[in-house]
Design a protein around this ligand. Structure first.
Ligand code: J2J
Length: 545
């Protein structure tokens, strides 16, 4: 078993098997089965390239041979940072075949994040594109590799320069040395949004993740005629699994990859391929709503538009159905496990006003107060959950796990929710120290720690501020030391430290002291109030001009 992985207690694991949640399937096995059942059907379309199920199966074997020759073996960690490209699928299925574990980085991550993933997981390889979105990932790799001895291989799609070329790794399928992969094995490490310091890694097993794919595919009506358009980064858990790219492959459908999420890129792909379902974060849904009235693309194939990752306002939600002539599905999920969906046949009121209900009858939900006591029905409290596809611990994080899970193994989501009379969840807020910037999660503490490294920063506290478009943006309150630095300077400082751009505070406010809670802690609630009052004053002043 993978060291640093917390498995389910035996009684629960037995239950999930007995009830047929965990059927003993593995990712490698699923692809083999699909290739046998309908090998000639298209699995993935990216740019001009189509890959059938049989081709994907074959390419995964061939690449697995090359990876084995590099010495990559079962349970080795491999950080993958690829955009929405066909190679992503070949890489992950090749790794599944040899039991090595992908660690899913996002294209927006930079040296701060990648360096940490590589070091913390002791990754033996890092797989990147040469360039993407105007950024040269080889430069990033050079920096990361120079600080990391265990990172033996950097593998590049496109122009590899001094690194290993991915294209050169494909071998002969009969050279593959078979690795025994069990369904209870960890399949990969997903990333958490994080709330304390650096983001935690989430070990997901074949059994638990495939169960979530099977349920998701069923709930979202995925079948062989489904065409899923992936517009968000495919490494993100939403795009990967709810039902996402892997749920679509599980159901035998077709995945179409959009290089980016803008209407200019995505709408023509919907028309060209007849996409039936896609997934968006709220700010993107707003952008699509704006664009749809002024464009002439034929979007009539679209049956389901999913929106999740951050709270979608009821007002915007109401506009989706009429504007796109399709069903809206709200999705409230997390890489740690639990996913809630509104169902396709739910009433419009439920779809518009709630974030859905848990997908499995074995998901256990508790809504509790600060002392972990269940609140009265309908009241707001913190959501705790346990179930057949929710982890029991982060990877190699025993101390953090003590806090992030209850004694009886419930995950503390940090989300404030209420449950309505139909058993549907409404997300009411958050009690974790995180900013949700339109679906991108920022752990306040991580950015604060970086700010504290600046010589002119005495103390720093980062909070969310309301934003019409993104829902939230980030605001850093800084107590300066020996002269006030410029906001611009601090932002550049964070950039130079290799932070992903989305983590750089949108605004910096200088302050003399922090407001405190009765217990003497920094009151983030009061800081949020200060910044939102200030923004309101400005809005009123602009209106009065
Ligand atoms: C409010 N907050 C939401 C929603 C997620 C499906 C969909 C999303 C994710 C995801 C995912 C929300 N309304 N509809 O993994 O499989 C916030 C909550 C939650 C956190 C998890 C999936 N949908 N959130 O967003 O791991 O705070 O997963 O705990 O990135 O996003 O973030 P993440």
């Amino acid at each position: 078993m993978l060291e640093g992985f917390t498995s389910w207690p035996k009684d629960l694991a037995d239950l999930y098997r007995k009830e047929g949640c965990w059927k003993g399937e593995t990712f490698g096995g699923i692809l083999r089965d699909r290739a046998k059942e309908h090998g000639d059907r298209i699995a993935i379309t990216g740019g001009e390239r189509n890959l059938t199920y049989a081709e994907l199966d074959d390419r995964a074997d061939r690449l697995a041979v090359g990876l084995q020759k590099l010495g990559i073996k079962k349970n080795d960690r491999v950080v993958i940072q690829l955009p929405n490209v066909v190679e992503f699928f070949e890489v992950i299925f090749a790794l599944f075949r040899i039991g090595a574990l992908p660690v899913y980085a996002l294209p927006s991550h930079r040296s701060n994040e990648i360096g940490y993933f590589c070091e913390f997981t002791e990754a033996v390889a890092y797989i990147i594109p040469d360039k993407h979105g105007g950024f040269d990932y080889r430069t990033l790799a050079r920096g990361v590799q120079s600080k990391n001895d265990s990172l033996l291989n950097v593998i590049v799609t496109g122009d590899a320069e001094e690194f290993t070329s991915l294209e050169g790794l494909y071998g002969e399928p009969d050279e593959l040395v078979e690795t025994i992969v069990q369904s209870s094995d960890v399949a990969f490490l997903q990333l958490s949004g994080g709330s304390t310091g650096l983001s935690k890694l989430i070990p997901r097993t074949h059994d638990d993740y495939i169960y979530s794919l099977r349920l998701s595919a069923e709930i979202c009506g995925i079948n062989q005629d489904s065409i899923y358009l992936a517009v968000l980064p495919i490494a993100h858990n939403f795009t990967m699994s709810s039902p996402g790219i892997l749920g679509t492959l599980y159901g035998g459908g077709q995945v179409v990859l959009s290089p980016g999420p803008s209407p200019d890129e995505a709408f023509p792909l919907i028309e060209k391929h007849g996409a039936t379902i896609t997934a968006l974060v709220p700010p993107l849904a707003l952008r699509w709503l704006e664009a749809v009235s002024s464009r002439n693309d034929d979007l009539s194939s679209l049956q389901v538009m999913q929106v999740g990752g951050a709270k979608f306002s009821a007002e915007a939600a109401r506009r989706v159905g009429p504007a796109f002539q399709c069903k809206l599905q709200q999705v409230f999920g997390m890489a740690e496990g639990l996913v809630n969906y509104t169902r396709l046949d739910d009433s419009n009121e439920l779809i518009v006003n709630t974030q859905g209900s848990p997908m499995s009858e074995f998901d256990e939900i508790r809504v509790v107060d600060e002392e972990d006591k269940e609140v009265a029905p309908g009241e707001v409290g913190t959501l705790l959950t346990r179930g057949p596809y929710t982890i029991c611990g982060y990877y190699k994080a025993p101390e953090h796990n003590e806090k992030a899970f209850t004694k009886d193994g419930f995950y503390r989501t940090g989300d404030l929710v209420s449950i309505n009379s139909s058993g549907y969840l409404v997300v009411e807020g958050r009690d974790k120290d995180q900013i949700n910037r339109g679906g991108e999660k920022i752990a306040a503490e991580e950015v604060e720690n970086h700010l504290l490294a600046h010589e002119a920063v005495h103390d720093a506290a980062i909070v969310s501020m309301p934003d019409e478009y993104l829902g939230e943006r980030s605001c850093a309150f800084v107590i300066p030391r020996g002269g006030t630095p410029k906001a611009r300077e601090l932002k550049q400082f964070l950039k130079d430290r290799g932070l992903a751009t989305f983590k750089i505070p949108d605004r910096v406010e200088f302050i003399e002291t922090f407001p405190k809670t009765p217990l003497g802690k920094v009151s983030k609630k009061a800081l949020r109030q200060i910044i939102s009052d200030k923004l309101n004053e400005r809005k009123i002043a602009t209106l009065l001009k």
